[in-house]
Design a protein around this ligand. Structure first.
Ligand code: ASP
Ligand code: MG
Length: 415
């Protein structure tokens, strides 16, 4: 840090970083060090460890379909506990800290239980605490609905709270602390020589987040990109500098590898609707109910129609399969489709990089590397900066390794 600039930061600590009292103590020491360097910090915390899952399970033991208002009320407590304990751990180190709920911190939402969206942040209280030299510790993943109730945002969105707060405060950067050293070229549990990336472009991070790199929620990346907020993903437990997520204009694209990372996802199910008559409006009729329930549809394939009848298949997260079948079966029957089949035997492997769009031959290298090892590609989808192949679930790990090798991702960028 040059000159006398005092950085104003938002630091977010995830559930694994706060899973035990001991970890909260370590996190508090780390924050204490940042403050000692002169930085001013506002904190955002997630619930400890698996608390949110445990609270959902507790609700389900008592109610088959827990009331959504009460469920949000319950889930909001996870982050409140973390905020209170983190604040107390800071007091113990002689720091003045103040725990705040989302509503107290000025997070306003549209009020949709379980999947609220932030509509506005009124950071007066947080600013006042910072001015007074205190460390605000805000509970992530929650805000106030228009009716005055506490509501939660979608699962895994306390980093969305952090990025949104960072934007509202106009801070220098938003740091996301987690249990890994940053963003890797592939999941190190599958590819041992996966390399930590120093820089990732917003759009690449967005693709990776959508593909299931659980370090950041896609919504958080979208907000960061939209407002140009620099984000750093780093470990709570090491001094490694982490991964910076930045705009394309901020990186030396020309010397960077074209393909930046290989992502995989085994939480995939495929639904096939067979014998759909080929006329306008049917895809809409099938997908609208899924959209209404916020079920994310991924790889969609409609076969060439044969005698006016076609098969339509799409993938979803396996965790959404039951809900999807419940919604799709009646519609399929109504439109006279022959039947609906489901498979959970598939997985996805994707390559991601902004260089993909401008480099011919990448797709054929990807397909060639998979073919050379006898891996069958069930279907293919693309975006400008991503290529995804659906393959047999049992071959996903192997495919990930092969592609990591093919694109030489363990080698550093030629800076
Ligand atoms: N505790 C919430 C969840 O588990 C939010 C988060 O961790 O980001 O979904
Ligand atoms: Mg969590």
């Amino acid at each position: 840090m040059s000159g006398f600039h005092v950085a104003l930061l938002v630091q977010k600590f995830g559930g694994s970083s706060l899973a035990t009292s001991e970890r909260i103590r370590i996190v508090a020491e780390r924050i204490h060090d940042s403050l000692s360097q002169g930085d001013r910090v506002a904190l955002v915390v997630s619930a400890m460890g698996d608390t949110t899952d445990d609270l959902i399970a507790a609700a389900q033991r008592l109610a088959s379909r827990p009331n959504s208002r009460e469920l949000d009320f319950l889930l909001s407590t996870g982050e409140l506990v973390s905020a209170a304990l983190t604040s107390m751990a800071l007091h113990e180190l002689g720091r003045d800290a103040v725990a705040l709920s989302g509503p107290q911190a000025g997070i306003r939402t549209n009020g949709r239980y379980g999947r609220a969206r932030i509509t506005e942040i009124e950071p007066t209280r947080i600013r006042a605490e910072l001015e007074a030299g205190r460390v605000p510790v805000m509970a992530g993943f929650q805000g106030l609905g228009p009716g005055g109730d506490i509501v939660t945002l979608a699962r895994g969105t306390s980093d969305t709270s952090a990025v949104a707060l960072a934007v509202a405060l106009g801070v220098d950067r938003c740091e996301i602390y987690t249990d890994v050293d940053g963003i890797f070229t592939a999941d190190p549990r599958i590819v041992p020589d996966a390399r930590k990336l120093d820089l990732v472009i917003y759009d690449e991070m967005l693709e990776m987040a959508k593909l299931g790199a659980r370090v950041m929620h896609p919504r958080a990346v979208e907000i960061a990109e939209h407002f140009g907020m620099p984000v750093v993903v780093r470990s709570s437990f090491s001094d490694a500098p982490g991964t910076e997520i930045v705009a394309e204009s901020a990186v030396p694209i020309e010397t960077m590898q074209r393909v930046r990372a290989v992502a995989h996802d085994t939480d995939v199910a495929r639904v096939t609707i067979r014998g759909v008559s080929d006329r306008p409006g049917l895809a809409h009729a099938l997908f609208q109910p899924l959209a209404d329930r916020h079920i994310n549809i991924d790889v969609i394939v409609q076969n060439v129609s044969d005698g006016g009848v076609t098969d339509l298949s799409f993938t979803i997260a396996e965790t959404d399969l039951d809900a999807t079948l419940d919604l799709i079966r009646p519609v399929a029957a109504e439109i006279g489709a022959r039947d609906v089949a489901a498979s959970t035997e598939l997985g996805k492997v994707s390559i991601v990089g902004v260089g993909i769009q401008s480099t011919p031959g990448i797709a054929s290298r990807m397909f060639g590397a998979l073919a050379a090892d006898g891996i069958n590609i069930v279907s293919i989808t693309t975006s400008e900066i991503r290529l995804t192949c659906l393959v047999d679930k049992a071959q996903v790990a192997r495919a990930t390794e092969l592609l990591h090798d093919e694109f030489d991702l363990s080698a550093a960028d030629a800076v």
